[in-house]
Design a protein around this ligand. Sequence first.
Ligand code: LLP
Length: 425
Amino acid sequence: MADRELGFRRNAQGLLTLSGTPLGALVTPLFEASRSGTPAYVYDLDGLDAGARALETSFGSAPHVTAYAVKANSAGTIVRTFARAGTGADVVSGAELEVALGAGIEPRKIVMSGVAKTDAELDLAIARDILAVQVESIEEIGRLAARARAAGKRARLGVRVKPGVSIDSHAHIATGHDAAKFGVAKTDLGAAWEYVDRHPELSAVGVSSHVGSMLREVDPYLATARVVCEVVKARLAGGHALEYADFGGGYGIDYGGGAAPAPSAFVGAALELLRSEGLSALKLVIEPGRSLVGPFGVLVARIVQTKESAERRWLMIDAGMNDLIRPALYGAKHRVELLDAAPADPEWRVVGPVCESSDDFGAHPLGRAPSGLVVLRDAGAYGFVLASEYNGRPLPAEVFVKDGRVVHVSASPGRESWVARRLQA
Ligand code: LLP
């Protein structure tokens, strides 16, 4: 494995390869044997594993938890891969918590975020004694105390602070500005701590923040981290103990338009900040999602037909916005390439079958007579997890590749299942 190049890459002939094996050779037999149809997500388990391990190593001997944001991709095969690499998890629902635990992540490496956790979700977090429930409001602290009392247990909590930092990202994925629904405002922190300290069934163990997603620079992350450090230092100065500081996730990736800093660059800057603030004894928690999975997944789709009219050229494929919603929801652009040929002019507007004009993956150079399979790249994060069955389109399949072989296929529930469930509804 060591000398084999990892990841999805173009070889000298211009073919897309996965760890050196042409991707077409890996997946085409699968589709022909109809173990799986298109559209299908294909994941590179070696790349996922190597990325997670490199990030773990970048902490050196510093106490830490890499709380993988399960929302980015909750496939058991992937979460188990991360668990073996030593990561923890950031979960936002009881169901995600169960996946993280079921995949083998230790409870004390799991944090739970979310602005509207239900009583049942709080109960599960308390029962499993996770690292912390990260509360996002004073009202939630009250609810957590009530659930802890009902269970006759102590609840471990972190306070998620709203840092008041704006980032240069799509409005839908910026979470740290003052108008965001997330986190406890700095002006409410005094009351929050007071509430915690009046309730012996609560144990405050950390402070967290998450400024948003798709950061292309380390600076806004550090600005947020400084706010967390200020809050931590004030708490410690009041004679209280804390176990961790959590600076959140949000590390950007290269969707083809230019590189973002590596996750280890964010970690390096975060460790340096903790050192300069005299807080190195605390555990550093981070919550990366996209950066751990995004580059290691593609969506493979079949070309259904072309459509040419006047000067316009469309390429219709069998994946739509229901399978990969990022372009429709955030104006994101994923590179679309032919599976078996290098990019070449002319450009085609690649669209799906869904009856919405937003079902459009943008213009891509796909050559004179595109045919066969196409690949939508960098779709490992927020791809399958955001898929829906809109327009009577069953969820896509998922295919997992390791050591140049398909090791697992999670089939689509299929058309008949969709029809049966809708008829029963
Ligand atoms: N921690 C919290 C509390 C979060 O809300 C998120 C993401 C993360 C960590 C992980 O952020 P990441 O490292 O993945 O950027 N669907 C959107 C992204 C939504 C992000 C939601 N929260 C997209 O496809 O761009």
